[in-house]
Ligand binder design. Structure first.
Ligand code: TYM
Length: 343
């Protein structure tokens, strides 16, 4: 569908508050936020409403909400440049989501692979919220008429759905180009590196907050020793590293570790392999551990410092919610009028 939207460029993204952030969240999302805020009007929120699509202990959710806000700031998201807030603090998201529930088609949602993965075999017992989750995501984006959405590769399908919802709303209500068709920004500053970081225990599974093994993830909050230990214990294969990326074919664990090195160092896989090709993991892992510690441990230190100051974090989030509402509330009022609601 052609997009002739004429409005300003605006960036929006969010992270669920369902667990500590890991290096996949950092490379797939947060690091892009930090770059983008220098150039464009940016909205970065904490998706607490998405989190409760699976059970969250309320006290843990509260703590995580501050932990993730602290992670944003520690990674370099700047409250003076970006608008940072909790999704639940801006009711316009939920209001627009309801209207979008009536625009989106069951067939579209039936195709969402993330629902299938998360619901597992027993989908009858999954929450209705988990099913309509991508509709709320479309509302998150379009309630600010965001044009660009920095995310990891796993969110690509949800972004396609957001575009479909925007396009159908514009068409059904005869308001051409009212909503932009938002574009995902999946590649990072250094190309594809970082778009999909895999588990350290299984190179074919995505690194995920919900992985039961602590050793599968490098968390931003891990201390120096933990980061280094996890890299050294990461699953590998017995071969040496190839000297070109083609040689990583069929070696998911090796490909993942090379990818992490590339993303953190700002090199391509080919450049990393030009340096390490022919060497075994006995040489590569200590170099990777050193790089991970250099880049990630300072974020963890800053995170702990910020987490110790919840009043400051609450102030940042309150100010962000006010700024966000100032844009989202009038948009929802306009949408209600387009739909035919009277007040
Ligand atoms: P969430 O909380 O699962 O992940 C947050 C961000 O981190 C990226 N990511 C990864 N990137 C690379 N490798 C990985 N292993 C990895 N794991 C996660 C995700 O792609 C994401 O960018 N549905 C979203 C939250 C959301 C949202 C939105 C995002 C709600 N509304 C509106 C953008 C716009 C999610 O569950 O992300």
């Amino acid at each position: 569908m052609a997009d002739d939207y004429q409005g300003p460029e605006r960036v929006l993204s969010g992270v669920q508050t369902s667990g500590k952030l890991h290096i996949g969240n950092y490379l797939g999302a947060l690091r892009k936020f930090v770059d983008l805020q220098k150039e464009v009007d940016c909205f970065f929120f904490l998706a607490d409403m998405h989190s409760i699509t699976v059970w969250q202990d309320p006290d843990a959710l509260r703590a995580q909400s501050y932990n993730i806000a602290a992670s944003y700031l520690a990674a370099g998201v700047d409250p003076d440049k970006s608008t940072i807030f909790h999704q639940s603090a801006v009711p316009a998201h939920a209001e627009l989501a309801w209207i979008f529930n009536c625009v989106a088609r069951l067939g579209w949602l039936d195709r969402m692979t993330q629902f299938k993965d998360k619901a597992g075999k027993d989908k009858e017992r999954a929450s209705v919220g988990l099913y309509t989750y991508p509709v709320l995501q479309a509302a998150d984006i379009l309630v600010y008429k965001a044009t660009h959405v920095p995310v990891g590769e796993d969110q690509k399908q949800h972004l396609e759905l957001s575009r479909d919802i925007a396009g159908k709303f514009n068409y059904d209500y005869g308001v051409a180009n009212f909503f932009p068709l938002p574009e995902p920004l999946i590649k990072g500053q250094f190309g594809a590196a970082g778009a999909r970081i895999m588990s350290l225990r299984d190179g074919t599974a995505k690194m995920s907050k919900s992985d039961p093994s602590e050793n599968a993830c490098l968390f931003l909050a891990d201390d120096v020793d933990t980061l280094a230990r996890k890299v050294k214990k990461a699953k590998t294969d017995p071969e040496t590293l190839p000297s070109e990326p083609g040689g990583l074919e069929g070696r998911p664990e090796a490909a993942n570790l090379v990818g992490i090195y590339a993303a953190l160092s700002g090199k391509t896989d080919a450049e990393v392999l030009a340096d390490f090709g022919g060497q075994g993991f006995g040489a590569f892992k200590p170099a990777l551990a050193e790089l991970v510690v250099e880049k990630i441990a300072p974020i963890g230190d800053e995170l702990r410092r910020l987490e110790a100051d919840p009043d400051y974090l609450a102030g940042v989030l309150r100010a962000g919610a006010e700024k966000a509402s100032a844009i989202a509330d009038p948009l929802v009022a306009e949408v209600k009028s387009i739909v035919g609601f009277v007040r």
